[in-house]
Structure formats: C-alpha cells, structure tokens
Design a protein around this ligand. Sequence first.
Ligand SMILES: [Cu+2]
Length: 304
Amino acid sequence: MRNRLKGGQQRSAVFKGISSMLMTAVFTVLTVNVAQALTGQPYKWQLGFQEQVTAIGRQMSSFHDFLLIIITIVTLFVVALLAYVMWKFNEKANPIPSKTTHNTTIEVVWTIVPILILLVIAIPSFRLLFAQYDFPKTDLVIKATGNQWYWSYEYPDQDGMSFDALMLRDDDDNPVKGPNGEPRTLAVDNFVVVPVNKNIELLVTASDVIHNWTIPAFGVKLDAIPGRVVRAWFNVDKVGTYYGQCSELCGKDHAYMPIGVKVMSQPDYEAWLANAKKEYASGEPVRKKAGDTQLAAAKTTNNQ
Ligand SMILES: [Cu+2]
C-alpha cells in the first residue's frame, strides 16, 4: 500500500499523523492543566504560577506578568537591532565603515529610555513591597520553626499550642501519598490550619540551619534563620489545602520537609482548634504512624 502512494500522498499522510499526535498532546496538556490547576500544589505541564489565593499573591503575579511583557519587548527589540546590524553592516554589504563615534540624539535616547523603563517598573514594584510590609490588624499569630528536617508550629495565643509537621513516609522511609490523596513528598502528618479571610501573622525562625518557609499560592516566602524571627502576613480568600516546600538548602533531607496549610471556614477552624488543643496539649505531638520514624531519626541527628 505504502509503495503505491505517490510522494505527495506519503508526505500528507505523515503530516496528518504528526498533526494528530500534536493535537492529542496539546489536548492532553490542556485537560491535565484544567483538571489539576485547582489545587494549591504544582501540577504537570504547569506554566507560570499556581493560582494565587491572597491579594498580595495576585499583585505579585500580575507584576510578574507585566515584567514578562516588558522583558519580551526589550529582548525582541535588541534581537531585531542585532539582526539589522549583521545584515546591513557586514563586511560585504558595507565595505567602507563610517567613522562616526558620537551621535547626541541616540545617546540621549539610550540614556532616557532605560530610565523611563526602570521608572515604570519601580512604581508597581515599590507598591508591592509596601503592601507586603503593611501589616493589617492581626487575627491570628502562627510561629513556624524550621528543623533538620521538619517544621514545628506554635499558636502562641492558643495556650501556646504546638506540634510538629513531618512528611508522610512508609515504614521503609519512602515518601508516600496521604490517606486522603495528599500528594507524595508534599503530604504531611499535621497540617497548619488557619481560618479563611482572616489576617494571619506568620513568625518564622529556625533551630539549626537556615530553612525557608513558603506557600507559593499565598505569595509568601521567608528565610527561617536561627536566632532571628522574621514575619510576614497573609489573608487567604479561598478554602482549600495548600502546599509548599523548604526553599533553602538545609541538608540531606531538604527536599523532604514539606509545608501543608489547610484553610478552613471559621466554624470548621474553631472545631479543629478545640480538638487540636486537646490533641496537642500533652506537649508530645500526636502524629500519624508514617511520620514517627522520621522524627526519631531527625531528633537523633540533632542531638549529635
Ligand atoms: Cu529546610
């Protein structure tokens, strides 16, 4: 059959095959995106940021998009200039080069235009910076402490309630999915829980080396530095489960100290709190079995 096809027919058959494969790939990517983009975690074929669920996060994301437009225009302009110079002023096309060394108009333009571009960038940049550091009236304070290699949390205004959060592992220490489908290497035994639409003040520190606390969907990322307490705030407007990872190289299990935050409605949060106060009151954090091995290992390492 193939032998009987003429060259043109063969090419068009191949083209059809490739284009249908491409269409399938694009379709798969789009469906995967739509299906997975709804949760506070990375997803396959992700382009750009996770969906932002705080006002600051959205401000950051739009600032990023705005910068992307500017940098694209600048890059295209420079590439076009380079191409033009190579085409117009190469040795063949332009055997006798001009000896011009100064051109006042061009020099003024290439000084003023970059200044204007930087000004256009600086205004939203400073606006964002001020918004990040403009702490609203706090509704709830949470303290996160980075340890090699897990996070400890404290609710100072809730009778100093505190607990540890460790990545879920099986008995062989391999990362596993959570019982409710929480993703592997992001699933934690104890989630930080905060109420929706409330101003949460976050204090971050570390007990050993520098770690970094982040939830990408909140637009929050803070270095956790031993001996120092840094703070940030966030106000999440969407109920859900959000994940982040330690973002400062902190040792062999740097990749295995995820951060999980559950954002709940006020009544759900209060119910959790009442329960959690009892559960964590003993001082010995209650953990699901999968986390125990690692905590023991981490504590041994710390004591050495
Ligand atoms: Cu770390």
